[in-house]
Write a protein that binds this ligand. Sequence first.
Ligand SMILES: *[C@@H]1O[C@H](CO)[C@@H](O)[C@H](O)[C@H]1NC(C)=O
Ligand SMILES: *[C@@H]1O[C@H](CO)[C@@H](O)[C@H](O)[C@H]1NC(C)=O
Ligand SMILES: *[C@@H]1O[C@H](CO)[C@@H](O)[C@H](O)[C@H]1NC(C)=O
Ligand SMILES: *[C@@H]1O[C@H](CO)[C@@H](O)[C@H](O)[C@H]1NC(C)=O
Length: 428
Amino acid sequence: MDLLFQGFFLVTFYWVTLASTAEQTGVLPPPSRVSLQWVNDFCVNLSWSPPENLNRSTCSVKYLVEETMSGGESNKFTKVITNYQTCLDHEGGVTYTVRTQPDTCGQINSSEGITLSIPPVKEKLVKDFQCVYYMSGSMNCTWNPTSEATDLQLYYWWNDGERTHLPPELCSLYLYSGNLKTGCHLHGSFLDVTALYPVFFLIKGTRGGSALRNTFHRLPRDNVKPSPPKLKIEPVPDKPNQLKLTWKEPSGFHPELKYWDYEFRITNCEEKQPKSAYQDTYVEVPYDQRCQFRAQVRAICNYMCGKGASDWSQEESYGQDSSDWSFHVAFIAIPIILTICVIVLLLFLKKLQVLILPQIPDPRKFLKELINSSEDQGVVRPNLPWDSSLDERKVFVPEQTEVCLKIDVLELKPEAEPEPELKPKAEP
Ligand SMILES: *[C@@H]1O[C@H](CO)[C@@H](O)[C@H](O)[C@H]1NC(C)=O
Ligand SMILES: *[C@@H]1O[C@H](CO)[C@@H](O)[C@H](O)[C@H]1NC(C)=O
Ligand SMILES: *[C@@H]1O[C@H](CO)[C@@H](O)[C@H](O)[C@H]1NC(C)=O
Ligand SMILES: *[C@@H]1O[C@H](CO)[C@@H](O)[C@H](O)[C@H]1NC(C)=O
């Protein structure tokens, strides 16, 4: 009985060993007991155990961890130890896959992957989260609260290697728009262009009675926006066709470090001349004295400082538009005079038109004339009331139609005003 059981166990054990031995199957077994734990608000610890049923004295393995963000971007890490800790913005959802890889196992393939996911956060308390790193040690982050989000609180945290187990800090200086919290001013030596670790943000709040949280992360050196430089335009001695541009570099950053390149926007006789300066302290530019010279400058963060640029500076000007009056006066005056002439001409023509085409005569006068003429001749004209004498005077004449009218002339009493009665009768 015992022997039989022992034999069965051995056989089973042997079979299991054979089945899971690398050389027999060609594929390594996956890691076991894979788990994902939150270390704090921003960091997770992915851990696992070596594959079961693997004779590790004949086959040593390592592990491949693949981290895939919501956008499809993925990072791969090879590990000999059995955990991977990472701090990142999990807001959009992250998928972790870990698989066993052969190290000294001969010809054998990696295992299938074991996948664990952190789902994306759908409910948003704020939108348009933006940070502006505007001077050494100072950064403002702003947002737009979504409707009905209340009790907003911002926490921030960074990982310079020492702070993993420290809690995030609460914002100490909020920026407001009316009564709404729309930003936070951050200050501290951890905000530096040389720092390569991101700052993490946690916004907590409530909406409709339920507590929500959103996370973000920003690298200060990717969000640099200094104040615009101060520009000065000076003449160059003995070179009337040149101007010298000098400027004060953005304040608030390390003055000795060459963080900035400069870009200029120049207008001089309508020409726009984009011009750049790389870490110089002045530039000389051509100057056309006929026109005013206007210029703006902005500072652009170079590789030393990161990414970003200032706004354009205030526009500075030099000189005036040329006093070559005849040219300018002619240039402006000729079109004006021409326009006035055209208007006068049009008015004149309108007056002329009134003279040429007189107003339509009064119909009562017209009727009187008609009656007079019929009394004179005692004959009814065939085409009345269209008098040919009127035709000659260019009164509006519609297309003539053949209409025959029978007009009865009443006997007139001498003292009474005649009352003509026209009774048109259609003839067959
Ligand atoms: C290992 O993987 C390759 C490519 O995926 C495949 O062609 C090969 O058959 C695999 N080998 C074994 C032993 O499964
Ligand atoms: C990660 O988890 C593993 C297993 O639970 C543990 O041994 C390890 O100490 C953890 N690492 C950290 C940094 O918490
Ligand atoms: C592992 O392999 C070695 C060498 O082939 C062998 O001596 C040892 O017994 C094996 N161990 C197990 C647990 O199978
Ligand atoms: C950042 O916030 C501080 C504090 O309110 C303010 O004084 C400063 O002007 C702001 N800077 C920028 C660039 O918004």
